[in-house]
Design a protein around this ligand. Sequence first.
Ligand SMILES: [Zn+2]
Length: 411
Amino acid sequence: MNDQRSNDHRKLGRELGLFDTDPLIGAGLPYWLPDGAVIRHELEEYVRDLERRSGYRHVYSPVLGKRELYERSGHWAHYREDMFPPMRLGAEEVVLRPSLCPHHAVMYRSRARSYRELPLRLAELGGMYRSELSGVLGGLTRVRAIQLNDGHVFCTLDQVAEEAARALALIREAHRVLGIEPVRYRLSLPGAGGKYVAAPELWERSAKLLTEVLDGSGLPYEAQEGEAAFYGPKIDVQIADGAGREATLSTVQVDFHQPEQFELEYIGADGARHRPVMVHRAIIGSVERAVAHLIELYGGAFPAWLAPVQVALLPLSAGEDAAVAELADRCLELGLRAQVLGPEQGTLGARVRAARLVPYQVVVGAREAAQGLVAPRLRDGSRPAPLPVADFLARVAAGVAAREREPRLDG
Ligand SMILES: [Zn+2]
């Protein structure tokens, strides 16, 4: 693994052509270039796939809402400094949303719900906005437009502990696949000051549930006051950058407040109306912060499934052009991202250096072209024996599909 300290994601993001910002668009509003968009797309697809397999249904909701929506949720009273000012539209005021929860709560109550539907797990990779001051903005870690990997589980009180534990397990599974090692699990509790909704017995109940989940997980954790959401305590999974600066990547929260505010209900087995609980969770948190962390973690040498270019094709001479073009087509058919680096781009040594971050580098000479073989090189400098094109492609495709962290060819 690379030295994370020397891998500032802002510098690498520019050098590798992943993302950038422009003063004309504005501070804290990065755009994603094609290679960065590949990483983001693969990451988002991975998360959606993981969520689907864990019983989540995906939804879409608008990034704007009427001011009244956030008055109801409590954001207006407790979170307004972080929100963009409202926009006046005729007699109404609309705001860019500071979170997705209110929309999902409204979707829950769009029709009557039975206990048989619970737990109802809704997920969305959606935009949210934060009016950070321009002085603190930078790269992908402090932004004003955030793509959040959000999800809300609507469940009965009896189901909360299990749902929160499942969410924590999902977070750990994603971190394992992505190679992310958290620096700390934190039980984030309210602190002194007035930014929290008042309901002491509900705070106590939520904190107790989350404590049980953490104790049951066997993970070491620290409780910290002053870090809770305004509506409830959280489990925060902390990561650190190369300079040791900590940030929350993933989170699990128990919320009794918003179900109350939106008067959410379900009909129980007893035929009576009951109030569900909301478990909020983000597996990789914001896509921006997750990608920033992955850039620094891998120094641009991404796992093959995330890599913007997976296979670099290096013909020794123009005589191999046809063989290499055919190889590029076969990669494309398999959904692999290949790039040809021909002799016009320099010596073989120079081209191998240019492709040093690409997981699979393939040198094709006259002998390989004639025999239908490829001579692969891996990023670690190893050079497995030449193998038939079909075998090589099948192994690369299998490694990518399995989201293996390090490229291999012996599978
Ligand atoms: Zn939420």
